[in-house]
Design a protein around this ligand. Sequence first.
Ligand SMILES: Nc1ncnc2c1ncn2[C@@H]1O[C@H](COP(=O)(O)OP(=O)(O)OP(=O)(O)O)[C@@H](O)[C@H]1O
Ligand SMILES: [Mg+2]
Length: 334
Amino acid sequence: MGSNLYGVDLGTANIKAVSKNDGKVFSEKDTVAIKNKKEFYAYGDEAYAMYEKTPSTISVSFPVVNGVIADFANMQRMIEEFFEKNVKNHLKNAEFVIAVPTDITEVEKRSFYELFYKSKMRPKVVRLCEKPIAAAIGIGLDVSESKGLLIVDLGADTTEVSVLSLSGLVYSDLIKVGGNNLDECIIAHIRRKYSLIIGHKTASQLKMELGSAVGNDYGSQVIVGRDVVSGLPIEMEITSADVNEAITEPLNQICQSIKLILEKTPPELARDIIHSGIYCVGGLSLLHDVDKMITNATNIKVNLTSEPDLCAVRGLTNIVAEKKFNSLLYNLKS
Ligand SMILES: Nc1ncnc2c1ncn2[C@@H]1O[C@H](COP(=O)(O)OP(=O)(O)OP(=O)(O)O)[C@@H](O)[C@H]1O
Ligand SMILES: [Mg+2]
């Protein structure tokens, strides 16, 4: 395999890429800023910094929605700029391996392929890999064994629950619930309860600092929002209890999805899962007490990992480096 080889995880919130050469991971917000409806103005962390702060001539949007590409043209422009910036001199004859969600349509998978294959980078080869398998390898699990593994990827727009065995997927269910939904619920709850309008970044910060998946108390925080009645900005103290009340519903949906997959899992594989526990990856698994919530719902222990949002992309590094993993990659002809 060539050395200009990159693994990519195009998430709803973040784009993460890894270079086979040195194993270096580069990541940015998966965000674009468009000026006057058509001019590509900024992307990545720079565009995200403008989110909810722009004048009416600039709009900030997220080209990946619910785990799939929703705005092909801007996503393509963004990856071209992203790779140009990070690995400018190493793009000739490049090869890309893209991690894709399992439970999406063939057309949606092809769109990931074409995004790279038809880009200005003119790559030599583009291959795909199922994201849950990449994530499992990223945690250091042996996916080739005839042993059941349950991987829960808690992302920004999606949660993907997958059962793996013998390097394949036995079941995979992608639900449209993730960290972004929790943010939306916090915004709606604070508006309803305190007539206070807050932005997505404030909501996300409240989720990370005060939120608990099992209702534990992580204190309080003074935030700034706009009072619905007066229209003026005011300060208000928000407590852990406020946040926890807001996020209960989407978290229940995540638990339901895990339980549903467990109900479908054949007993022999379920036995393995009970022994080894459930593996959580994705940024939302950093929410306080997610492990306790899943254990309460399933009676199965939960394994967390460091840098859970980078598991899939780290797994791609191992997959492209070792020949034995070759069969996990597949090609789509144009
Ligand atoms: N400490 C934290 N506590 C709670 N949530 C967190 C924390 N850190 C990150 N998150 C959330 O994790 C999500 C991003 O995770 P990740 O990068 O895995 O998503 P993604 O791969 O871009 O999305 P998807 O997999 O849905 O396409 C965001 O919703 C973010 O708010
Ligand atoms: Mg993800």
